[in-house]
Design a binder for this molecule. Structure first.
Ligand SMILES: Nc1ncnc2c1ncn2[C@@H]1O[C@H](COP(=O)(O)OP(=O)(O)OP(=O)(O)O)[C@@H](O)[C@H]1O
Length: 930
């Protein structure tokens, strides 16, 4: 399954709560005093027990330090209060597809497990959250369908153990193709209520590594992670259906501790080191993430804990941290560092997005479902047609059937049964197909991920080869120099010394895990295919029995209605696929345009700033650069970019208008009473079953006019989609787990699918236009942009040529035409680096220029730039002239802004040349003295 980026992403700050537990008897016995106090709902004060108020030298130093949190609790806070203020608010989000994390942080023995798990009488956050979660689910379960699953694991000594099934041994973390961290092979239990979860938790908790330490009699020696996944979808079956997936992490971290304080030895020391290592890594991440400049590198890889919490800390999650401290003076150091970290963590921001399953992957596969269903219908229709010519001489059987139908209620019952059987066969077939489709998606993801890792490995192999060659080269040179002629000396030793980077090792590990998963999917797929075949056979047998069992008109009518229902289902699916594709296309295009706009604005700012800098510093400007700048100003003034953007927007709007998102609910027409139910269950629920002809008149056109053939093209698998599908299912990438994996091992298919995948990235509109737009729509867009694109391309090449000529022959006069052409050239990159562009012959260029000139103005314009005896391409900006120039630029800029702010029509005509020339800035430039 693929997550898609929802548009409703928002920035969220990490919520940090602080809980001060009651002072313990042991602490009181030690003579500890209270040094941590809650001042108000948000403020906590910590006093330094070492500071003596009577010490004159320290008199100016404050004895206490205050810390602010989102919410603060002290010994008086109940479990319910803590839960309400920290976690309750996350539940709604999780149900509607957002991720959330709650983690308890703090030194050992300060109450983390108490807050998270609690006791039988005072249950903690786990139980309260799950209770409320199931309660909320129950409230909406009439409309929505939910699936809740959970896993429970511990990270102990940097190893992950499944607490629900410890016999699985140590598990690996891996990042899937969406960048989501997952625990490979973890047990996921589907649960239906909080009670069940609680039982599982209790069972799991017994497996948790707990020991008695000096600081806590039942100290948790591991980080425990409870993950609850909620999948929500509408009960109304529809291919446009959104599936929302929310994940809730509830984490009880192991306590941080100082070995000296806890008097730990041996194994405990080792544990402590690991715990501290992961907590240190967590602290480092918090530091880096809270860096206001946002420039610090966040290293999640340092520990399993931080890798697992990656999303919770810096990614897509609403996160709450509940920091815990003891109020005792003996815990001053721990409390202080905890408070500092917790306060710092407040500035961490995460960007929360709703997780929706992206249906775009499925489109190709829907087309295959549609194809299957179509052939199903054809077969059924043939069946009916075969029955159509009624026997001329009614045989005894049909007469009997006729008589029985009217006289015998059992006949009717049998008919109902028959219909039920048919429906359930159709439905089962659809169901299995859908499962297969999901499986294929997973398969595809594994392929993509494998390819990613294979590329990492292959890059490393290439790097090794490159190093080997370099080393060999150096050796050879060396040996020549020494005249020893020791050629082809052994390079292997050198290379084998090179340590493999960690990411390559990890890539190898991931590939091994992926291989396992791939095998698992293979088995599941085989099983599903077998089931599919069985259902198909059952359907066939049923059909074969139909002629014998159907004898009356009414029965045939029922059967043909069933076929129509099926047909409607198919058509609806097809239309929705089409609408989906268009929506996707529009979304992708909009995103691309936005990206370009952002980039364009940035470029504009850079150019502007650099110009100012050049003027202020009176820097030398090469002539060709100056000309390019003039062109740039022209382009701004003329607004040709605006035109292109406007055309794009208009095309997108047009597409949106023609896109048929959903079928409107049809007028309810009474069909055969007994069939209504079957229609409902078989098809989408808001579809009723009108007569075929009237349906045609009710349905809106799928695509503009004449497009019925193209409508079918819409849902015919595009070549790319077919490629994706085929590569996903038929050709899994060969994964070489052991041994060297070089580039040639990269599976073609997986790379193709990877390539296609890349092309289908949100930023690639190309992909969408391939096989998605109808011919008519393409034409509309192409017509709108073609002329501009052609003009731009021509002019670009002319500009390049003129640039090239300018550079090569500085004395050569530059025609005004070229300058004008420059003003409409669209590719600054190309202009900046003429060598990268295709040079055309000067004569050809010239001809084109002339042609262009006459077509645009009908007159020749005298040259206006470089003088005949130009001293060279380098210019110095005259301060006076520069100021004037600057003024002019500013006024041009103001005009441009004015123009941009006006709404304008897309005419496709450009401004007359004369007007352009009159607006072009003066070119009073001073040349450097030789
Ligand atoms: N708010 C509280 N009210 C009452 N008792 C508490 C509270 N917080 C903690 N305790 C008690 O303090 C003791 C230690 O708490 P707990 O085991 O939850 O600490 P911890 O932070 O999880 O320690 P570790 O990191 O070593 O596992 C327990 O006996 C617990 O019942």
């Amino acid at each position: 399954m693929i997550m898609k980026e929802a548009s409703d992403s928002k920035d969220q700050q990490l919520t940090v709560a602080l809980r001060i537990r009651p002072i313990s008897m042991a602490e009181l016995d030690e003579g500890a005093t209270l040094i941590a106090h809650k001042v108000d709902a948000q403020m906590v004060v910590l006093m330094d027990p070492m500071e003596d108020p009577d010490d004159v030298l320290r008199a100016n130093r404050s004895r206490e330090k205050s810390y602010m949190f989102d919410v603060a609790f002290d010994f008086a806070a109940t479990q319910e209060m803590v839960y309400r203020a920290t976690t309750k608010g996350l539940i709604e989000g999780v149900i509607s597809g957002y991720n959330a994390t709650v983690f308890a942080y703090g030194p050992t023995g300060c109450g983390k497990t108490y807050t998270m798990l609690g006791t039988d009488n005072e249950p903690g956050i786990y139980v309260r959250t799950l209770n409320d979660l199931f309660h909320s689910i129950e409230e909406t379960s009439n409309d929505m369908e939910y699936e809740v699953s959970m896993s429970y694991l511990e990270i102990y000594n940097e190893m992950i153990r499944d607490l629900l099934n410890p016999s699985l041994g140590y598990l690996d973390l891996r990042e899937d193709s969406r960048g989501i961290i997952q625990v490979a092979g973890i047990t996921e239990v589907s649960t239906i209520n909080a009670k069940e979860i609680m039982q599982l938790l209790m069972k799991g908790n017994k497996q948790r590594t707990q020991e008695s330490t000096a600081a806590n009699r039942a100290s948790s020696r591991s980080h425990a992670v409870l993950q609850v996944t909620v999948r929500q979808k509408s009960r109304i079956k529809n291919i446009m259906q959104e599936v929302r997936v929310g994940r809730l992490f509830m984490i009880d971290l192991a306590g941080s501790e100082r070995a000296s304080q806890t008097q730990n030895r041996g194994q405990r020391m080792k544990e402590g080191a690991h715990i501290n290592r992961s907590l240190l890594a967590l602290g480092n991440c918090i530091n880096a993430l809270s860096d206001r400049a946002g420039v610090k590198y966040v290293n999640y890889r340092d520990s399993k804990l931080t890798r697992l919490l990656k999303d919770s800390l810096g990614g897509n999650s609403r996160t709450v941290m509940i920091a815990h401290i003891s109020p005792a003076s003996s815990a001053f150091e721990e409390s202080r560092s905890t408070l500092t970290y917790a306060e710092r963590a407040k500035s961490i921001r995460t960007t929360v997005k709703r997780n929706l399953l992206n249906v775009s992957y499925h489109i190709a596969q829907y087309t295959s479902i549609i194809a299957d269903l179509r052939s199903e219908i054809q077969r059924l229709q043939r069946k009916i047609e075969q029955q159509e010519p009624r026997p001329l001489r009614p045989d005894i059987r049909s007469i009997q059937a006729e008589v029985q139908l009217h006289g015998n209620p059992f006949e009717r019952q049998e008919m109902d049964q028959l219909r039920e059987q048919l429906i359930s066969t159709f439905r089962e077939q659809m169901e299995v197909r859908r499962h297969l489709m999901e499986l294929e998606n997973n398969y595809m993801e594994i392929q993509i991920e494998s390819s990613r890792h294979l590329i990492t490995i292959s890059n490393w192999d290439q790097e090794k080869t490159r190093r080997a060659q370099k080393w060999q080269e150096e050796q050879r040179k060396e040996s020549y120099r020494k005249d020893e002629c020791e050629k082809d000396s052994d390079t292997g030793d050198e290379l084998s010394d090179v340590p493999e980077p960690q990411e390559v090792t990890l890539a190898r590990e991931h590939i091994a895990a992926l291989q396992e998963e791939q095998d698992k999917l293979h088995k599941q797929k085989a099983e599903l295919e077998r089931r599919f075949w069985e259902v198909q056979q059952r359907g066939h047998r049923l059909e074969e029995a139909l002629p014998w069992r159907i004898s009356s008109e009414e029965q045939r009518e029922v059967l043909s209605l069933l076929c129509k229902v099926h047909e409607l289902e198919v058509e609806n699916t097809a239309m929705q696929s089409g609408a989906l594709l268009k929506d996707n296309l529009i979304r992708h295009q909009e995103r691309t345009v936005r990206r370009f706009e952002r980039h364009w604005n940035l470029c504009h700012r850079i150019i502007h700033e650099q110009r100012r800098f050049i003027h202020e510093s009176q820097l030398l400007v090469p002539s060709h650069l100056e000309e390019m700048y003039q062109t740039y100003l022209h382009e701004l003034e003329e607004g040709s970019l605006d035109r292109v953007a406007a055309i794009d927007r208009a095309a997108a709007r047009a597409l949106k208008d023609t896109s048929v998102a959903k079928l409107p609910p049809l007028a309810v027409e009474t069909i055969l009473d007994s069939d209504q139910e079957s229609v409902k269950t078989l098809g989408s629920e808001h579809q009723q079953l009108p007569q075929r002809d009237s349906r045609r008149s009710i349905l809106p056109p799928l695509v503009p006019e004449t497009d019925s053939s193209e409508a079918s093209q819409v849902f015919k698998t595009s070549s790319r989609a077919r490629q994706l599908k085929n590569s996903a299912v038929v050709t899994p990438p060969p994964i070489h787990v052991n041994g060297v994996i070089s580039q040639e091992y990269l599976p073609r298919d997986s790379l193709v699918s990877l390539g296609s995948q890349r092309n289908s990235s949100p930023d690639s509109s190309d992909h969408c236009s391939d096989g998605i737009l109808t011919r008519g729509e393409r034409k509309a867009i192409v017509c709108g942009t073609k002329s501009i694109a052609v003009k731009a391309a021509r002019r670009r090449s002319r500009v390049l040529e003129s640039d090239r000529l300018n550079l090569l022959e500085p004395t050569k006069e530059c025609s005004s035409l070229s300058l004008h052409s420059l003003s409409e050239s669209e590719d600054p990159l190309c202009r900046e680096t003429p060598a990268l562009c295709q040079p055309t012959s000067p004569s050809l260029q010239h001809a084109v220029s002339e042609d262009n000139l006459s077509s645009s103005t009908g007159e020749t314009v005298p040259g206006r730039h470089a003088p005949r005896h130009s001293p060279g391409p380098w210019l110095r900006v005259n301060k006076k002239g520069g100021k004037k120039q600057e003024k002019k630029e500013e006024s041009l800029e103001a005009k441009r802004r004015k123009r941009r702010s006006r709404s304008f029509e897309v005419t496709g005509h450009r401004a007359p040349l004369r007007l352009l020339l009159s607006l072009s800035p003066p070119t009073k430039l001073v040349y450097p003295r030789k």
